[in-house]
Design a protein around this ligand. Structure first.
Ligand code: ZN
Length: 141
């Protein structure tokens, strides 16, 4: 699908908010139905998911109860069950530079979070259950 750049937002999410919730609420508030984003900053705790490809479910949830740098957080915005849905992956670094990574889960709490969100126009992508992977993936024609 070919799309065009539309609105671009830059800013900062609030201290002590959930990162995934902040992203989702912002996109819903601005009605961003398709887009991509990146975030850098720091978290005071994090939850990361690991999807088991054989089990077809998130088999591990890594809870990190420590202060971490958001070395990278990237993702996309599309639709799932007709609602705006944010899918984010994150790499976090500890005080020694050791990194953790995975699928961003709720309850990852912001210390600082600077975002860059790019809305895309000219198409929509809807997530639907895919029996081969067990995931909700973008529907292909
Ligand atoms: Zn994921």
């Amino acid at each position: 699908m070919q799309v065009n750049e539309a609105r671009i937002f830059v800013g900062r999410f609030k201290l002590r908010s959930g990162l995934l919730m902040s992203l989702t609420e912002f996109c819903k508030q601005k009605n961003i139905r398709l887009g991509v984003f990146s975030v850098i900053g720091a978290l005071t705790s994090a939850k990361l998911g690991y999807y088991g490809q054989d089990a077809k479910k998130y088999i591990e949830c890594v809870s990190l109860d420590k202060k971490l740098e958001i070395a990278s957080c990237v993702g996309n915005i599309s639709l799932k069950d007709a609602e705006i849905f944010v899918h984010a992956h994150i790499t976090l670094a500890d005080h020694k530079g050791r990194c953790y990574g995975g699928h961003l889960m709720p309850d990852s709490i912001i210390f600082a979070a600077e975002y860059y969100i790019k809305e895309l126009a000219g198409g929509e992508l809807e997530r639907r259950y895919d029996p081969e992977t067990g995931l909700s993936l973008w529907l292909e024609d």
